[in-house]
Design a protein around this ligand. Sequence first.
Ligand code: DDH
Length: 281
Amino acid sequence: GPMAGIPALATGKRSVPGDYDAVRKDISSILDVDGYDDGSYGPVLVRLAWHTSGTYDKKDGSGGSNGATMRFGPECDWAANAGLATARKLLEPIKAAHPWISYGDLWTLAGAVAIEDMGGPTIPWRAGRVDAPDGSKIVPDGRLPDATQGAKHLRDVFHRMGFDDKDIVALSGAHTLGRCHTDRSGFSGPWTNAPTTFSNLYFQELVNNKWVPKKWDGPLQYEDKASKQLMMLPSDLALLSDRTFKKYVYQYAKDEEAFFKDFAVAFSKLLELGVPNLPPA
Ligand code: DDH
């Protein structure tokens, strides 16, 4: 795989239990690396935090980041989680240096730190996830969103987690980061020309380009007509096909501050779905 060398940790030493700042420092120290994608592990760490959390169902409280069950089969082998072993492996030296932190806390903290270090808003984050043993009951596959689908599917998936339409658009702005990999999802390319900087560029690209189907052997995705360097998934373009979604897309394209504010609240909520007994905010 495309795993570049794992850089040395900043602190490089064991911390006392509860020293989350030491963990944050070590996470920050491993983000930037030449030779992996666009030079940062940040985007794939954000995706790990999202996929460990996005299995939640508010109806019965199942799923979510508590338990960190993606360490085990079958969850680690779900098609939606292809490529996330890279992110999990990357965090192992940090787990070794700070063995008192749970995987659930580590994975979600890594996503929050990555967003902050890539220039995004402060993500309110609280500790408290407890790892579940292998063999624990897990949720069925299929709860994470399917990129080939449209607005109804987005609502089904995100309303199930307890999010509203505005949250759906705000959270989708995470696609300002990173890229698609043919050997992971089958899709290809980045959404923006600055995939290691957290910004509202995703929304600007959505509204400012003409998006046409990419001519290739792979699954249906769209490319910007002018440069053909940027991509959108069918599920991304669904945000323009629905009046309510579209209103927020245009708002966030114009107003980065509003996007940052709404994203921070929604992403923080995402990371805490289904986590019991969190300390007061
Ligand atoms: Fe996503 N995402 N995502 N995504 N996502 C992919 C990559 C990244 C969907 C599909 C894909 C969110 C929502 C959706 C990130 C964060 C978030 C890829 C490519 C696909 C496919 C994977 C690969 O090939 O490596 C779909 C569908 C949805 C949806 O319907 C809403 C959300 C809510 C987030 C979030 O973090 C809040 C990030 C970051 C990446 C880039 C990963 C990387 O390695 O780079």
